[in-house]
Design a protein around this ligand. Structure first.
Ligand SMILES: NC(=O)c1ccc[n+]([C@@H]2O[C@H](COP(=O)([O-])OP(=O)(O)OC[C@H]3O[C@@H](n4cnc5c(N)ncnc54)[C@H](OP(=O)(O)O)[C@@H]3O)[C@@H](O)[C@H]2O)c1
Length: 330
């Protein structure tokens, strides 16, 4: 069920709102008159996002929150409801990543990625459901990734949490339906590579600069997908044609797609720069209210984009044929 009121009258909580897709989503919602409640750890960046939201026409409340703390997330929900009277939608968007071979990722960093991405979504969902119910219904959006459906080397922790978020959403959606609470919709977003600062924020044990595997889409594209889901909820929505294509490949011929995507992303997720080991923003926030990371439309990417589409198209064609002939091994 969609929001019970017009977006212009709705209150929407967004986690991870101090940067990237979260900030872009706040702007899209504020532009439509929604009241936004902005949560993340970096208060100064949240304040800058809030100022811009107010300039765009929405009210904005800043609630510095670490989503790994269930008490803080509950406090976020309580403050949002107290300030605006109700919560109509909740967007679990905060996330972190660590790049490196599985064997090289320190256990405490793996654990932190699980705590932010998966448990943060668990705590957000727990805090949101009673408020959405109190509002007579509403929409909960989990910003996952196409990596909730497919896999990519050097990203084991991130991939595992995103797969977990998808499974969590599917189960809670079933439970809402069988307990007569289908007026609350749960939607999972599966974006492709998006131009945000996440590639600089991530912890890194790969010794190389991280870059988004092309094609790279602007954060506004995900923000618009989220806004569409609030108006017309669906179980899942891809953001970016490449995500839809790779997802299709993976469903049709998983073994082949796993190999092709592994080969492709192992070559395209690292740039030419060298990097020392770093824990990135896992334990220390440093968001700067930047929507983008400066990757979109870089000239050197054009060659890689062409290669990406060539590979994806060829892989899909081969996979489809194999699936049709019943030869795709599982
Ligand atoms: N960029 C992509 O290619 C891409 C693709 C698919 C899906 N996504 C998903 O899109 C979402 C947004 O990512 P992004 O690309 O916009 O990355 P980003 O620019 O790095 O933003 C991540 C946000 O999460 C917040 N955050 C991190 N740890 C937190 C914690 N412990 N508690 C609360 N907030 C925390 C960060 O703010 P603070 O540091 O201030 O806390 C920041 O606002 C994520 O779920 C990501 O997985 C991104």
């Amino acid at each position: 069920m969609p929001l019970t009121r017009d977006l212009g009258d709705a209150t929407v909580v967004i986690t991870g709102a101090s940067s990237g897709i979260g900030a872009a989503t706040a702007y899209e919602l504020a532009r439509r008159g929604a009241d936004v409640v902005l949560a993340a750890r970096t208060e100064e960046a949240l304040r800058r996002v809030a100022d811009r939201c107010r300039g765009l026409g929405g009210q904005a409340l800043v609630v510095p929150t670490d989503v790994t703390d269930p008490v803080a997330v509950e406090r976020l929900a309580a403050r949002a409801a107290a300030e605006f009277g109700r919560i109509d939608a909740w967007i679990n968007n905060a996330a972190v990543g660590v790049a490196g071979l599985f064997d090289e990722i320190p256990v405490e960093e793996f654990r932190r990625v699980v705590a932010v991405n998966l448990l943060g979504t668990v705590y957000g969902t727990k805090a949101a459901l009673p408020r959405l119910e109190a509002a007579g219904g509403g929409v909960l959006v989990n910003n996952a990734s196409v990596l909730a459906e497919v896999a990519m080397p050097y990203q084991s922790a991130y991939n595992a949490t995103k797969h977990g978020i998808r499974g969590l959403a599917d189960t809670v959606r079933q439970e809402l339906r069988v307990t007569g609470r289908a007026n609350i919709s749960i939607c999972t977003v599966l974006p492709a590579s998006i131009d945000t600062p996440i590639f600089r924020h991530a912890a890194n044990h790969s010794r190389h600069e991280l870059t988004p595997p092309p094609p790279v889409y602007p954060p506004e594209m995900v923000a618009e997908t989220i806004v569409r889901l609030l108006r017309r909820p669906r179980r899942e929505a891809y953001a970016g044609g490449a995500a839809r294509l790779v997802g299709l490949q993976w469903r049709l011929a998983p073994a082949l797609a796993e190999r092709a995507l592994g080969w492709y992303t192992a070559r395209t997720q690292f740039g030419p720069g060298l990097r020392l080991n770093s824990t990135g923003n896992l334990f220390n926030p440093h968001a700067e209210a930047e929507r983008t990371g400066g990757w979109h439309g870089r000239r050197w990417q054009l060659v890689r984009i062409t290669a990406a589409f060539g590979l994806a198209a060829a892989g899909t064609a081969v996979g489809t044929l194999a699936a049709l002939r019943g030869r795709a091994d599982r």
